[in-house]
Ligand binder design. Structure first.
Ligand code: F6R
Length: 598
């Protein structure tokens, strides 16, 4: 979704800093970009539809765009198509006010009608443009820039992160409500952004803004205040990852890099939480929480992790259910004794936040299971468990899915009465090296090449491998744009089998040689009889290889971790299929990394 960057105190590096920040926000998904700078020549705004290179080209062509403070924006269209006019920053009638915005202003139409009746003219289709015109009104009434901005914000309903600059003012003005904003604090310079990677290269000290807070960034530093202008004391936190973590480190794509980071990410997730000698799991963050039942709420890939987690919990005797966050938000089940776990990489997904907020309103205790320190969900929920995967830049979630699965294994051990399961602990201990083994030896690239011309890709699995099938298909469709579906293997002959042909490969995950494996092999035979190429993702314990055209091996381990490992093979197949098709792997069309609108 949209990204915001701003800076004060960067001197003649202001424009460079803004454009660099925008490049670091590209991963969030966008279709236009722009900057606004304030300097001796007043306010200069440059914005272009398309990739950041179009903006760079325009800045080069214009020459001399400069300033000593400014804001920048990457826009992911909601109100109006991706045109130069709809790109941010937006300005008022005088051209002295520049505003960038993430989120949605719900009452923009009535405000626009009112402003138009008062003589304001609008240049764009966006909801955002009402804000600079409202600020203009305040300035005309004699307010200073900060007071005019506050007054404007007080008129808005909806979700927003806003940053405003005004010609002649020495400050960047900021407001947050339901959309993430973080300040970066350096000696002599202050930054603001929707996400830390935008300024991580310059500082690791951050201040997370909360809903209803305003901030003023100027040459003297920064000040956070409430709606009445009263100063709010904020703590400065330190980010625990490096700027290099947001680079590609020699990989062609962030997605491939992040797939390869999984052994480290999983090690970090487990570190200090599993006592191998004592055979115990501790999640200090949860205190002595002993939930009677658990509801997991999530969207997309995180929902697949939630389905996986609910199965683990149920298997160990804790009543648990996974819900699509958007459904939970609008019609929550009545049991308020459930611990409601928001599973979200970003901790900013609007649907999932809405679900955890609904749960809180209904009196339930909430837990954020997230990757993003300081995210809205982490701050709002009663408890937080970080998955510690490190920054994930590729739009398609990879290492964070494995991190969520791993953390849900830990949560299951903690939530289940009685001692931890030593077999699970042993398998978790080996998980990082098992993952490395797959990355070192996978033949996924060959499989991708041989199946490249397929009409569609199907994924099947039972029990813990059902969410793996769903996730395998989601990854394939989002980065290759090919038709892909995940099915519960047992459902195949109840309908989906009609889709199976000689040009629709079926990826079947088969682990062990128990009843589930035998039944899935039965499904494999059914698709084989319809000439479908079969790809077995297997530990080789059963005889599924006999029926498979291709095999993707996973180490022989506990079924709970096998489901994490099988997914790594499927991630690689999707990645190489997309790479061979020349797709925009890290920024698939129409998608955004963090979906902050419902
Ligand atoms: C798919 C993907 C999305 C997200 C979903 C939820 O690769 O990344 O489906 O999983 O938008 O996002 P988070 O986990 O940030 O709540």
């Amino acid at each position: 979704m949209c990204g915001i960057i701003g800076c004060v105190g960067c001197g003649d590096q202001t424009l460079t800093t803004l454009v660099h920040g925008l490049s670091k926000l590209e991963y969030r998904g966008y279709d236009s970009a722009g900057v606004a700078l304030v300097g001796d020549d007043g306010l200069q705004v440059v914005k272009k539809a398309g990739e950041l290179d179009s903006l760079r080209g325009e800045l080069d062509a214009l020459e001399g765009v400069s300033g000593t403070l400014g804001v920048g924006h990457t826009r992911w269209s909601t109100h109006g198509p991706p045109t130069d006019e709809n790109a941010h920053p937006h300005q008022d009638c005088t051209g002295d006010v520049g505003v960038v915005h993430n989120g949605i202003i719900e009452n923009y139409q009535s405000l626009r009608d009112e402003l138009e009746s008062a003589g304001h003219t609008f240049e764009s289709d966006t909801d955002t443009e009402v804000v600079p015109h409202l600020v203009e009104e305040g300035l005309e009434d004699g307010l200073d820039a900060e007071a005019a901005f506050r007054e404007a914000v007080s008129r808005l309903d909806g979700a927003f992160a806003l940053a405003c600059v005004v010609a002649g003012s020495d400050a960047v003005l900021v407001a947050r409500n339901d959309s993430p904003l973080v300040l970066g604090i350096d000696d002599g310079a202050t930054y603001l952004a929707s996400d830390v990677p935008a300024f991580r290269e310059f500082t690791d000290r951050v201040v997370y803004l909360d809903d209803g807070e305003f901030a003023r960034l100027d040459a003297d530093g920064w000040r956070v205040s409430d709606v009445k202008g009263e100063t709010i004391e904020k703590s400065v936190e330190t980010v625990e990852w490096d700027a290099e973590d947001t680079g590609k480190s020699g990989y062609d794509h962030f997605m491939l890099k992040e797939i390869h980071e999984q052994p480290r990410a999983l090690r970090q997730c487990l570190q200090g939480r599993v006592d191998e000698l004592g055979g115990t799991v501790t999640l200090e963050e949860l205190g002595d929480l002993e939930p009677d039942r658990i509801h997991l709420v999530a969207a997309g890939t995180s929902y697949h992790a939630a389905v996986y987690g609910s199965q683990l919990l149920q298997a160990d005797g804790v009543p648990a259910q996974a819900f699509f966050a958007h459904e939970y938000a609008s019609s929550p089940p009545p049991d308020t004794d459930a611990l409601v776990v928001g599973v979200s990489q970003s901790g900013e997904t609007a649907d999932t936040l809405s679900a955890t907020r609904t749960a809180r309103r209904h009196g339930a205790e909430t837990l954020a299971l997230t990757n993003t320190v300081g995210s809205t969900m982490a701050r709002e929920c009663d408890h937080v468990c970080y998955i510690r995967s490190g920054p994930e830049i590729g739009v398609a979630a990879t290492k964070t899915f494995a991190g969520q699965q791993t953390a849900l294994n830990l949560l299951t051990q903690v939530a289940t009465p009685g001692p931890s399961d030593r077999d699970v602990i042993e398998a978790l201990r080996e998980l990082p090296s098992d993952t490395q083994e797959i990355l070192d030896e996978s033949n996924a690239e060959t499989v991708a090449e041989e199946l490249l011309d397929s009409d569609a890709y199907f994924f099947i699995g039972r029990a813990l491998n059902y969410p793996v099938a769903l996730e395998g298909a989601l990854k394939m469709k989002e980065i290759t744009y090919k038709h892909a579906e995940g099915f519960a293997a047992g459902e195949l002959k109840h309908g989906p089998l009609a889709l199976v042909t000689g040009n629709t490969p079926v990826f079947a995950t088969v682990v062990g040689d128990g009843e589930l494996a035998r039944k899935t092999i039965g499904n494999v035979k059914e698709v084989e009889a319809r000439d479908a190429p079969v790809v077995a993702v297997t530990d080789g314990v059963s005889d599924v290889k006999r029926y498979a055209d291709h095999v993707l091996e996973v180490p022989d381990t506990h079924p709970r971790t096998a489901a994490i490992l099988a997914n790594v093979q499927l991630q690689l197949v999707s990645y190489y299929t997309a790479a061979k098709l020349g797709r925009s792997i890290d920024k698939p069309r129409n998608l955004a990394k963090s979906v902050t609108v419902e």
